[in-house]
Design a protein around this ligand. Structure first.
Ligand SMILES: Nc1ncnc2c1ncn2[C@@H]1O[C@H](COP(=O)(O)OP(=O)(O)OP(=O)(O)O)[C@@H](O)[C@H]1O
Ligand SMILES: [Mg+2]
Length: 344
């Protein structure tokens, strides 16, 4: 069943990005992202402040997305909004706005799983992976290895047992006193460091299962800094140490090695030729480099979203919603926000 839905408005407010996108037949016409800056001074996202900023921004961001796409509200065939996982107060803003908008215009509404959005971020590019493929979702809250046999179905092969990869980047950056979010800063500093200067642990690298663990690595960095009196806030911030670049590069390499090794094994075990790497951490330059090496080594094709689609955005959510809508699926007006929504 193929339903005639072309122009779709997507809404994403699961965390600290207010984003609205317009897609026409799966092609991005606009994708406006407003990243909240109020959280920087707290070193992490403050839920209440996130909700308030979404409330303030949702209408102007929607208007900007419509204007850039060259459409008016009357042109929209359907609305898609993220309903989980995320912060409940933040989710409620975009979800309720989207439901009301669809209801007032009498057009279909679909709730979207934010992680499914991340998976489909690679489908916003011209070259799309073929099914079945393995997808590594690495973000601030998730590190999942998924086997995707056909559209919109997920088998989870592995997940993190403690911290997500992005969370590890953020926590290590905090110890180093180099700012939030940590991923982009560590990526940049690591470029001038030696990734093999310090041998940080690669948890589970040789284990049979596909699960990840990053809390041991985080602790190893903590002890390394403490032993050298380099912890941020200890009067001898490592930010001024010549070792900073090596620490960043070595930590990053430990994360990258673990992620790529597990994915490489899943690719071999499941005999797939296509691999997706998505989520905020997929923006990491070293991760991309090592995955490209893997792809030439095992003759696979690896797909990354462009940087704009790595971290949270409405375009990816709109695409996933569109796939479900053209398949005849809609969500009821009673759909609630689900903060801990799973993908598999
Ligand atoms: N270049 C980079 N290298 C490493 N990590 C990065 C880079 N850029 C961003 N990140 C990390 O990506 C994370 C944010 O990604 P994203 O927005 O997808 O997560 P989230 O939406 O908060 O979590 P989730 O998607 O799991 O709900 C942060 O932890 C950030 O440090
Ligand atoms: Mg995300």
């Amino acid at each position: 069943m193929h339903h005639n839905i072309n122009i779709i408005l997507g809404i994403e407010t699961s965390c600290d990005e207010t984003s609205v996108a317009v897609l026409n037949n799966g092609t991005v016409c606009s994708n406006i992202i407003s990243s909240q800056v109020v959280h920087k001074e707290y070193g992490g996202v403050v839920p209440e402040l996130a909700s308030r900023a979404h409330l303030k921004m949702i209408v102007p961001i929607m208007n900007a997305a419509l204007a850039q796409a060259g459409f008016s509200l009357e042109d929209i065939d359907a609305v898609a909004a993220v309903y989980g996982p995320g912060l409940v107060g933040a989710l409620l803003v975009g979800l309720n706005f989207g439901k009301s908008l669809a209801w007032s215009r009498r057009i279909p509404f679909i709730g979207v799983n934010h992680m499914e959005g991340h998976v489909y971020s690679i489908f916003l590019e011209d070259e799309k992976p073929e099914y079945p493929f393995i997808c590594l979702t690495v973000s601030g809250g998730h590190t999942d290895l998924l086997y995707i046999k056909e559209p919109l179905t997920y088998e989870r092969l592995g997940r993190t047992r403690d911290d997500a990869a992005g969370e590890a980047f953020d926590k290590v950056a905090k110890m180093l006193g180099i700012g939030y979010p940590g991923g982009p800063v560590i990526d940049k500093l690591a470029k001038d460091g030696n990734p093999f200067a310090i041998n940080f642990p690669r948890s589970y690298a040789r284990a049979e299962h596909y699960d990840f663990s990053f809390s041991g690595l985080k602790t190893a960095v903590l002890y390394y800094l403490r032993d050298r009196n380099l912890l941020a806030g200890n009067g001898a911030p490592v930010a001024k140490s010549p070792e900073l670049n090596d620490i960043c590069a070595s930590f990053q390499q430990a994360v990258v090695d673990t992620l790529v090794e597990k994915t490489r094994r899943a690719v071999a075990d499941y005999g797939v030729k296509h691999v997706g790497v998505v989520g905020g951490v997929s923006a990491n330059s070293r991760l991309r480099e090592v995955f490209q090496n893997m792809a030439s080594g095992n003759n696979s094709n690896v797909y990354f979203p462009r940087l704009e689609y790595c971290t949270d955005n409405a375009a990816m959510a709109a695409y996933a919603g569109w796939l479900r809508l053209i398949d005849g699926e809609t969500s009821p007006a009673s759909l609630a926000a689900v903060p801990n929504l799973n993908i598999a």
